[in-house]
Design a protein around this ligand. Sequence first.
Ligand code: ARG
Length: 409
Amino acid sequence: MTVEPAVSETTTSPRVESEVGRLRTVLLHRPGNELKRLTPRNNDQLLFDSIPWVDRAQEEHDAFAEVLRGRGVEVLLLADALRTALTDRRAHTAGVHAAVDDRRLGADLADVLRSHLSGIDAAGLAEVLMSGLTFEELPGSEGGSLVRKMNHPHDFAVDPLPNLLFTRDSSAWIADRVAISSLAMPARRRETALLDLVYAYHPRFRQAARAYGAHSAPIEGGDVMLLAPGVLAIGVGERTTAAGAESLARSVFADDIAHTVLAVPIEQERATMHLDTVCTMVDSDAVVMYPLARDSLVAYTLRTDDNGSVRVDGPAPFLTAAAAAMGIDRLRVIDTGLDPVTAEREQWDDGNNTLALAPGVVVGYERNVETNARLIEEGIEVLAIAGSELGSGRGGPRCMSCPILREPV
Ligand SMILES: NC(=[NH2+])NCCC[C@H](N)C(=O)O
């Protein structure tokens, strides 16, 4: 027998069709102990540019969440969601499996860790999955383990995941489906295992359909932009590959949740690791964009033809291709009119990485004074948040948020 969902369930079930529809529910991650693992020796590898002051990062993040709540957004926190998911026995078993790397630990130590983790509660396991475990913290004595003896006590038996903060990248909702990413950088790869558990076992997401498997070519949510219902732009660069973009395109076409995908090549550099580092939408027909990208970005357009096979056209200038796909005359670029040096500084500090709460209302870092001033002049409401510590991982409000429900525009 099929049971009709209650009305409240339907109206809160996940669906995101644009970048700017009124935000109703979002997934954030309040930075936790995983940030305390960062040292000057490992920060590069863990994709942080400096060592954040953790208490202050948490304060900044709490303030960010409060701004969202103040605008009527329901904020879900990843750690809470993970703990809830892990109370399911099957999720717990899968969580233990995801934490233990036999290749790193060897069979003996892997068994020790597995049996230790199997015995701890959901909260304890969630903590290990997020902030990792050092050899020193492994239970039991050094005894006969060569692996234990030859690793430094502060080396990681389970790696920490400081980039969980950037919930944008590890999963993305496209219409009513969730795409679990396939993260490119080794430091982030295990994040998807956590999201996988949340979406599979958290009661709220039990009905969620998947758009893309986690074991395919690299694709990260920071590269996925919902320009309009049925129209996606996908950045192809340091993180998302052409193969990743093509395979997500095929998947959204097959599921009939998009009719056009624009693949947008971006520079393979740290400063432009994702499409959303150079461009985000601030209104249903407007973007804020790094001036250098404005005239140089191009797009390949992917569509299905009548027989269902995929056609690729282009490249053509991004703004033209985007407007055509969106069915509008022109995509407005809010000209930040900045001198090249200020533009470069503010791009680095995520000035172009805004999170829209509604058409014409965005959250941005307060430090990007010039960019924000231009947005305000153009009639955009900018809710400015502090991000001196949050930004040390190179990510702004869009990177730090995974919209789960937006109202239609
Ligand atoms: N959507 C984004 N721009 N995310 C920023 C991610 C930053 C993170 N440190 C990384 O290198 O992966």
